[in-house]
Design a protein around this ligand. Structure first.
Ligand code: AMP
Length: 193
């Protein structure tokens, strides 16, 4: 993959493993010549993943809304693309990347993850979506998704939209070969309605 978009927290979380795994992901991506597309922050998990890539001399593109780009928060060494709105940011991040990885984070991360899953469900893209389940952080969220399937709110095969691993290298390996399930809705059809 040429570039992966990483969604993750603007905080580091309380466990050292979170930041360590974010950095390790950045290093592993650079090792595979895979560039990083992310929110452009120099803080928290975002800063850690970007630092990991830069330490290994990889490519880092940060897409950041003007209002968030205050000098102290935008990453000083990323190639920054400054946009006007959060919606423009998400669209540009999705366009620039060949796949997505979600790391631990909060509401912003959940929002980005569910939006990109929804777009996959609608057939807007078929890029792989990986979840790095560091220290079991996402276990309750995965259980909620399984519950939504059991209760008939999510189509069973859409569970395969998410590649889940707790270690970096197996996650990257699986994403290289992953084929997303066919969408039951074709975006072209949806556009024509
Ligand atoms: P959260 O998971 O709630 O920490 O949200 C991650 C989100 O943090 C990103 O999608 C951004 O909207 C937001 N964010 C906060 N500070 C920054 C920053 N300095 N650079 C980029 N994004 C930021």
């Amino acid at each position: 993959m040429n570039r992966i978009c990483v969604f993750c927290g603007s905080a580091l979380g309380v466990r050292a493993e979170y930041g360590a795994q974010a950095r390790a992901l950045g290093q592993a991506m650079a090792g595979r010549d895979t560039g990083l597309v992310y929110g452009g922050g120099g803080i928290g998990m975002m800063g850690a993943v970007a630092d990991g890539v830069l330490e290994s001399r990889g490519e880092v593109i940060g897409v950041i809304p003007f209002a968030l780009s205050g000098k102290e928060r935008a990453h000083a060494r990323a190639q920054l693309r400054v946009v006007n709105t959060m919606h423009e940011r998400k669209a540009m991040m999705a366009e620039l990347a060949d796949g997505f990885i979600v790391l631990p984070g909060g509401f912003g991360t959940f929002d980005e993850m569910f939006e990109i899953l929804t777009w996959a469900q609608l057939g807007i893209h078929r890029k792989p979506i990986g979840l790095l389940n560091v220290a079991g952080y996402f276990d309750p969220l995965l259980a909620m998704i399984d519950r939504a399937i059991a209760e008939g709110f999510i189509v069973t095969r859409y569970r395969e939209l998410i590649v889940v691993e707790s270690e970096v290298e197996p996650l990257l390996d699986r994403m290289e070969t992953h084929r997303s399930p066919e969408s039951i809705v074709q975006w072209m059809e949806l556009n024509q309605t």
